[in-house]
Each structure stands twice: as C-alpha cells, then as structure tokens.
Design a protein around this ligand. Structure first.
Ligand code: KIV
Length: 273
C-alpha cells in the first residue's frame, strides 16, 4: 500500500483555534485512530483530529472507554500523527492515566507527547483535575478540557443521558468551565448538554468551546468519525448526523469480492503476472 506524503502545509495550532473563535469562524473536529483515515480527514481540511478514547468502542469493540490503555492510545496517536500534515492532533488521556495524582498525570502526558508526536492532550473533568492540568501545562503541554457527559465516569452517572439539565448541575458546569479556562486549558469539549447552556458557556469563557450534542451556539463541532461515516449501525443518538453509510457500502464490496473469488472471476488475465 502506498502512503501520501504532504509538505509545505501550515499546521493548525492552539493559537489558530483561538483566532478562529475571536473572528467567529467555526472549528471543525473529528476523531481518527489510524494512519489511513487520518490522512483522508487531514487532506479534506479538518482543523482538529482528536485521537479519542472512543477508540476503545469503535476500534476495539469495548462497551465503554474505560479499558483502553495508555500504550494503546499512544499506538493509535502515533499512527494518526504520521497521517496528519495540517490538522492539530489532540490525544485523549485514557482512564487510569491521570486520576491518581498530578505527577502521574504529567508522566502520562509526557509519554503521549514523546512517543506519539501528538500536539496536545485532552482530559475529562472539572475542578478535580485542575491541579493536574496546571502541572501538565507547566511542562509546556497544551491541555483541552472535557465537561458534560464524561464517558470515563459512566459508572458514576449510570447512563449516557443528557447532562446538566437541572439548574444546580448547569451552574456547576459553568463554574468548572471557568476553572478550566483559569487553569490554562486552550479549549473545552462540551458533550451532550442542553444547547442553551452550551451557548452560555461559550459566551462566558474566552477559549474555544467544541460541542458534541451541545447545539450550534458553540465555537466548533466534533463527531466520532466512525459514527458520522455510518460504519457503526447501532449507535444513533439524536445529535448524530450521518454523512455516509459505509457499513452497507463496505459490506456490499466484500460480498462482491467473495462472489468474484468463488466464481473464479477474480483474478482475471490482466490481474495476474
Ligand atoms: O473519545 C472521544 O471520541 C471524545 C469525543 C466524543 C469528544 O472524547
């Protein structure tokens, strides 16, 4: 298989994202977990690629994001980095790699940066992770926050329903967003919260707010690549827009290949030496 080499492209940086928010230009972000799809997403012109711990679901078939390890995240991230010439590549800190204490968080973040070549890390949580964020930032590593539905805490929440619908939780989320901005996060993901609240957060803090299931009053959008391409058939939340039906398309191609092999139509004379 050949690989696509790209040169002389101006890289999107955390500063680019801030400038985009300042001038009201929306930020596009998608996940990717491997070289080939990262290359396509990058060439298409996406601003940010997130190597999400959703790899645990869509790449490894786990029910939650909890099982994926730091080594596995680094493997995915290093593959994505090799495919991305223009996009900013952000890597999720997996469950168990930062919750212990700020020293552990820094060690994990340094491993991600050194071994994958990613450009920033993302962590779930509010005030409880501020100390770790500050320590990671002190090493020169940019940090993106993640509030609202935080899948690494699924067993605390119990369900994947919309978060912060009640006033008390909404207020706490706003305070958490302010704390993340003050700690030095360059951006925050807001997942599955009411659109009105997400808009308020985007207006309250000056850093870019990227939404997933958080309406269009924020500074950018992120989706899981496999969901928006229709590779997954089962996952169908209201916020998901499907841009393709690759499950069916790939299945049809594989079925045609099987038929061609069985009927000895493949390979033909031109396809052999
Ligand atoms: O892991 C992931 O894909 C994410 C997005 C849903 C934001 O965190």
């Amino acid at each position: 298989m050949s690989t696509v080499k790209k040169t002389n492209v101006k890289r999107v940086t955390t500063h680019t994202l801030q400038e985009m928010k300042n001038r009201g230009e929306k930020i596009s972000m998608l996940t990717a977990y491997d070289f080939s799809l990262a290359t396509i997403v990058d060439v298409a012109g996406i601003d940010v690629i997130l190597v999400g711990d959703s790899a645990s679901n869509v790449m490894a078939g786990h029910e939650t994001t909890l099982p994926i390890t730091l080594d596995q995240m680094i493997y995915h991230a290093s593959s994505v980095v090799r495919g991305a010439s223009r996009s900013l590549v952000i890597v999720d800190m997996p469950f168990g790699a930062y919750q212990g204490n700020s020293k552990e968080a820094l060690t994990s973040a340094i491993r991600i940066m050194k071994e994958s070549g990613g450009h920033a890390v993302k962590m779930e949580g509010g005030t409880e992770v501020v100390e770790s964020i500050k320590r990671i930032l002190s090493a020169g590593i940019p940090v993106m926050g993640h509030l609202g539905l935080t899948p690494q805490s699924i067993y605390k929440f119990g369900t994947y329903v919309v978060r912060a619908k009640e006033e008390e939780e909404a207020q706490r989320l706003i305070e958490d967003a302010k704390a993340l901005e003050e700690a030095g996060c360059f951006s925050i993901v807001l997942e599955k919260i009411p659109a009105k609240l997400a808009k308020k957060v985007a207006e309250t803090v000056s850093i870019p707010i990227i939404g997933i299931g958080a309406g269009n009053g924020v500074d950018g959008q992120v989706l899981v690549l496999h969901d928006m391409l229709g590779i997954n058939k089962e996952f169908s939340p209201r916020f998901l827009r499907r841009y393709n039906n690759l499950f069916t398309s790939i299945k049809n191609s594989v079925e045609s290949y099987i038929n061609d092999v069985k009927s000895q139509d493949f390979p033909n004379e031109k396809e052999q030496y």
